[in-house]
Write a protein that binds this ligand. Structure first.
Ligand code: FBP
Ligand code: MG
Ligand code: MG
Length: 302
């Protein structure tokens, strides 16, 4: 037992304080990440563990978050899409008063060059990484749009904030995803979609009440789905049956937040939160949105 442990109630309190500190650091770092994009829109000249060429801003945001998050008392592990291994920050995420943090420091970094939307995604797990989404304590994302905003899922409820001043400003509490779907966005090259997913996509597109929204940054696209109702997917592809997006850093946090808002997530047959990870950088076919559309998707892919 670490010195921080004490009895169960103390451990709970310590963990809650750690989670508060993590959320504060992510919110406080948003402006530094945003301003740090200037002058870092080029390539860093090396690949991340998923084999993608890193942008200078990917490395910058990862280094900044690693330094700040790993310094928090009670953070036992830091892991990110941009580094191969989990960073051991001291203690164990299996302890009742400690957690692990997993981060996609800059989501949609291919949008740096054309200056379009990007985000930061994070999840706090109460188990050592890689861990299933059922062990997430808090999930959230920062969206660098015209305004910097944050969505946070904690204690069974989703809250949206603006991050413009010294303190985050609550703009919406108890956020729920609308039941009537309006927007959809599907990643991957259309010729690479498996036939069953293509059938589903055609059905969604042919509904006159649905509109296409695809910006090339998952967070921007998913935030529209959370706002208007609908579906975002980066499906399994012919030649890439696990799709593109990563379970620990993208699928789990997004699935946790959308499900907390009353929506659904799926890998094609079950909740993303039920997918058991094998490795830190596992990919997963990702579908999130209004429950009825995810039900229909799963019925089509059966
Ligand atoms: O360029 P594509 O194939 O449309 O992929 C876009 C998808 O890839 C991502 O950019 C992957 O995220 P990273 O930028 O964090 O690697 C998603 O945000 C987005 O939905
Ligand atoms: Mg990403
Ligand atoms: Mg990224």
């Amino acid at each position: 037992m670490s010195e921080r442990d004490g009895d169960g109630a103390d451990a709970e309190r310590d963990r809650a304080a750690t989670v508060d500190a993590i959320v504060d650091v992510v919110a406080d770092s948003a402006e530094d990440i945003r301003s740090g994009l200037v002058g870092r829109r080029g390539k860093a000249g090396r690949e991340n563990p998923s084999g993608e060429v890193q942008a200078e801003a990917d490395v910058y945001a990862d280094d900044l978050l690693e330094e700040r998050l790993s310094a928090i008392d009670g953070v036992a592990e830091y892991a990110s899409e941009e580094r191969a291994d989990v960073i051991d920050c001291g203690g164990s995420a299996a302890d009742p008063d400690a957690v692990a943090v997993a981060v996609d420091p800059l989501d949609g970094s291919s949008n740096l060059e054309p200056n379009n939307t990007m985000g930061t995604v994070f999840a706090v797990y109460d188990e050592p990484l890689p861990a299933p989404g059922t062990s997430i304590v808090v999930s959230g994302w920062v969206l660098y749009g015209p305004i910097t905003t944050m969505a946070l899922a904690r204690d069974g409820t989703v809250t949206k904030y603006e991050l413009s001043g010294d303190e985050p400003t609550v703009v919406e509490e108890d956020v729920t995803i609308p039941d009537d779907p309006l927007v959809y966005g599907f990643g991957g090259r259309v010729p690479d979609w498996p036939d069953d997913f293509a059938d589903f996509a055609r059905a969604v597109e042919s509904d006159p009440s649905h509109k296409l929204r695809y910006g090339g940054a998952m967070i921007g696209d998913v935030n529209q789905v959370l706002t208007y109702g609908g579906i975002f997917a980066y499906p399994a592809l012919d030649g890439s049956p696990r799709g593109k997006l990563r379970l620990q850093f993208e699928g789990n946090p997004i699935g946790h937040l959308v499900e907390t808002a009353g929506g659904r997530s799926s890998d094609g047959s079950r909740s993303l939160l039920s997918v058991e990870p094998n490795e830190l950088h596992d990919r997963v076919p990702l579908h999130v949105g209004t429950a009825e559309l995810i039900d229909r998707l799963e019925a089509t892919l059966e």
